[in-house]
Design a protein around this ligand. Structure first.
Ligand SMILES: Cc1ncc(COP(=O)(O)O)c(C=O)c1O
Length: 361
């Protein structure tokens, strides 16, 4: 049996949710489970985090899969719906929808069901990706309020740089959002719910917490900041990717390893071959020196990552064929591996492929 395995720790998930609660004690928690819970398995995560107040997905099908799996808690579709049919289905399945453009208000107005459906009106406070400008939001809000089947309406925005602690961008975005809330209340409209904060804002911008926070990466045990480790933030890794050494070779100083001979041995050494590659989701762009734990020792990746294998310099460490290896997770932060591959942990997690066996602890 192939040795690559992905372990998911339910305990770590519970623990990280508690870190969210400690940081934002007055907010409800919409746990982000989009993209198959950042590659961790949306059903497993949603079942495990039964204590979350709701779940966030990107699009309708992700929400329907969770409902089909028996998840009954509130679910918010962050990109909203894209047709009357999708709106119909969302209402039927008691899904809350984000509305970020005029077309989506029309779906609410045209839907034949009687509802009610909860709506999050998305405000573009500076990300400039999705949402109504604060100036257009009052009209949009009133149109939504007038639609027959609408239940509760909330206001939502997303930060573009909450991980940059010395940037003024987040304060500006919070200011625009709060300003709009005041304008709405002067018009006699007072949205009950608001939601601004992703993981970085939960940890760094308490003024943004509001009624609901939307943690993603911190639930999975990674740091949203480039200069603070997950461990420093009290987070525990949820996903651990492991494999084994399938071969050990002695090589001479000056010999080149793997495709393109991208690493040349600076001394006589031993090379361990680990059964994992980009075919499993290990990043092909991981550089020479990317750490791998072999039998508990941190050793450097050497040579190019191939589809099914990577090579590591094990020198004279007392490790041999069959040795347990950790690619990331417990003992080796995914953030560190991601940095060596020029990416972020989010992408590492999402790229795990189907051939990797999964186990939930
Ligand atoms: C709208 C929205 N809210 C919250 C999050 C969670 O962000 P993070 O994983 O950085 O906590 C995301 C993730 O991309 C998002 O798109």
């Amino acid at each position: 049996m192939r040795s690559v395995q992905l372990g998911i720790s339910r305990q770590a998930l519970h623990h990280n949710l508690q870190v969210v609660r400690d940081a934002a004690p007055y907010s409800r928690v919409l746990a982000m489970v989009k993209a198959d819970a950042y590659g961790h398995g949306a059903q497993v995560v949603a079942e495990t985090l039964a204590e979350a107040d709701g779940f966030g997905v990107a699009f309708l099908d992700e929400a329907l899969s969770l409902r089909a799996a028996g998840i009954q808690r509130p679910i918010v579709i962050l990109e909203g719906v894209f047709s009357d049919m999708e709106m119909f289905e969302a209402v039927r399945q008691r899904l809350a929808v984000v509305v970020h453009q005029e077309e989506q208000i029309a779906f609410l107005e045209n839907c034949k069901l009687t509802g009610p459906v909860d709506v999050w009106l998305k405000i573009d406070t500076g990300m400039h990706r999705l949402g109504f400008s604060p100036e257009a939001a009052v009209t949009a809000y009133r149109r939504i309020r007038a639609a027959r089947l609408v239940g509760e309406i909330g206001l939502l925005t997303h930060f573009s740089a909450a991980d940059e602690l010395d940037s003024v961008q987040t304060e500006k975005q919070i200011g625009r959002f709060r300003g709009l809330q005041q304008v709405l209340s002067r018009h006699g409209e007072r949205p009950l719910q608001d939601s601004l904060a992703n993981s970085a804002a939960i940890l760094a911008w308490p003024a943004s917490h509001g009624a609901w926070v939307r943690p993603g990466i911190m639930l999975y045990g990674c740091s949203p900041f480039a200069d603070r480790t997950a461990e420093e933030l009290g987070l525990r890794p949820v996903m651990t990717l492991t494999s084994r050494l399938i071969s050990v070779r002695h090589i001479k100083k000056g010999e080149a390893i793997g495709y393109g001979g991208a690493w040349v041995a600076p001394r006589d050494t031993r090379i361990g071959v680990v059964a994992v590659g980009y075919g499993d989701g290990y990043p092909r762009h991981a550089r020479n020196g990317t750490p791998v734990l072999v039998g508990g020792h941190s050793v450097p990746l050497v040579g190019r990552v191939s589809m099914d294998m990577i090579t590591v310099d094990i020198g004279d460490l007392p490790v041999g064929i069959g040795e347990h290896c950790v690619l990331w997770g417990e003992g080796l932060a995914a953030d560190v591996v991601a940095a060596h591959a020029g990416t972020i942990s989010y992408e590492l997690f999402c790229k795990i492929t189907n051939r990797v066996r999964r186990e939930v602890w």
